[in-house]
Design a protein around this ligand. Structure first.
Ligand SMILES: Cc1ncc(COP(=O)(O)O)c(C=O)c1O
Length: 428
């Protein structure tokens, strides 16, 4: 679900025509809908209300400080994965005591900053990291809460191997077999309160059953730990709820909650959820202008001014995003946003960027209406893992970000300049 729709042949974000925004800010441009972000945040909050969870929006999916402020105001806390994300969460007004910090490679500086900020829970990924946190906590006279990231050896076969994090042989967390030993070694330590369990089985997870399996294994582990005298107070079930890249293909927050809430509602555990893309994915589009149309052998190419530097997911994971012109014949039916949609009377094209890499494409083999130089194209469902993964490769300045709220919009990150691409190299 989102607030992007065609009206009289023109794509609108909430009450604003995308073409009007672009006329002011240029292309490429990331455009986000406040109403869509809040809709998905509230849907998760309502679906899981019986558990009274702490919802820690996963900053990595869409990190603009203005978006974080919007979500903090709606009641969200944050899942951070670096010192930079902690700085963003803090500046956005996030309550430090509800922030969770994951990541296999936390540096001393990041750990010290997080200890000084008084964050809620350190999600611990290895024995070595626990020992390091314990050492730094003792030095600073702090006694933080920590959760062991358990690797429940569960995964959704539809999840890309690069983002399936719940399997045994990934770099994430500690194998379930090692968990008891971990608690025996560190569970009574004087410097860190090891009283939580964290799982994050991958992203996106397209159905509830992998969570049911992973939570089932985790609850058994919590019982085993209790028998051994280790009391677990907090269970963080991670993120990974899918987003609607293809209409109707992803479950709603309610579908996950229906399966997960019954497993946890009668426990005394404080529950944490770390959704990212389900909140941010459908809330953003990438608007881009057609530069050239050309053919190569049997292929037709539409070359646009956005590239893999703006949206890396197709090159990185082979991800599919629905791509379509922002203006269509006013009498035509709006396109059905789904994989395989073919514009009536259209031509099969690849939509590509101008970067010197064969992997620089935004969409392949799409049947689109006639396209000409100067047309405005839109990549849908680009809010999550879109701008945050952008780079300056080929010395391309990063795109502008715009936030729409009803009939208003504002720039929430200015377009970078050529000077921005080399500023850090001068006078060093
Ligand atoms: C530990 C952790 N939590 C939450 C998330 C968010 O995942 P998603 O955006 O799919 O909800 C991730 C994504 O990689 C993650 O690694």
């Amino acid at each position: 679900m989102d607030h992007f729709e065609y009206r009289n042949g023109s794509l609108f974000c909430e009450q604003v025509a995308v073409s009007d925004i672009v006329a002011e800010v240029g292309t490429p441009a990331y455009i986000y809908s406040s109403a869509t972000l809040l809709h998905h945040y509230n849907a998760i909050a309502e679906a899981f209300a019986e558990l009274n969870p702490t919802i820690c929006y996963s900053i990595k999916s869409l990190a603009n400080v203005n978006i974080l402020k919007l979500l903090a105001k709606a009641g969200s806390s944050f899942d951070v994965t670096s010192g930079g994300e902690l700085a963003r969460a803090t500046i956005a007004g996030g309550d430090a005591s509800k922030i969770v910090f994951a990541g296999v490679g936390k540096t001393d500086r990041e750990l010290v900053d997080a200890l000084d900020a008084g964050i809620g829970v350190f999600n611990i990924e290895s024995e070595a990291e626990f020992e390091n946190l314990s050492r730094l906590a003792a030095q600073r006279g702090a006694k933080p809460h920590a959760a062991l990231r358990l690797n429940p050896d569960v995964y959704d076969p539809k999840t890309h191997t690069y983002t399936a994090t719940g399997k045994k042989e990934t770099k994430f967390g500690v194998d379930i077999e090692r968990a008891v030993r971990f608690f025996e070694e560190y569970g009574s330590g004087p410097n860190v309160m090891l009283d939580g369990i964290h799982i994050h089985i991958g992203s996106p997870i397209y159905s509830a059953w992998p969570y049911v399996e992973a939570i089932g294994k985790t609850l058994s582990m919590i019982d085993r730990l209790k028998e051994k005298g280790f009391e677990i107070n907090t269970l963080d079930i991670g993120g990974g709820f899918a987003a609607d890249y293809e209409t109707g293909a992803s479950p709603l927050a309610d579908d996950y909650a229906k399966a997960i809430v019954p497993l946890l509602k009668d426990t005394a555990l404080a529950v944490i959820i770390e959704p990212g893309r389900q909140i941010s994915c459908n809330a953003g589009i990438l608007a881009t202008e057609v530069q050239y149309v050309k053919t190569g052998g049997e292929k037709n190419f539409v070359i646009v001014d956005a590239a893999m530097t703006d949206l890396f997911r197709p090159a990185l994971y082979g991800s599919e995003h629905f791509v379509y012109p922002a203006a269509i014949d006013a009498t035509a039916q709006p396109p059905e946003r789904r994989a395989g949609f073919a514009a009536p009377g259209g031509t099969k094209v690849d939509v590509v960027g101008g970067v010197c890499e064969g992997s620089d494409f935004l969409a392949k083999d799409r049947v689109l209406p006639p396209i000409a130089r100067g047309d405005l194209m839109v990549v849908f469902s680009a809010g999550a893992y879109g701008f945050v993964m952008s780079s300056q490769y080929n010395s391309r300045p990063r795109s502008v970000e715009v936030l729409v709220d009803g009939a208003e919009y504002r720039i929430i990150r200015r377009r970078e300049t050529y000077e921005d691409t080399y500023a850090a190299e001068l006078d060093v």
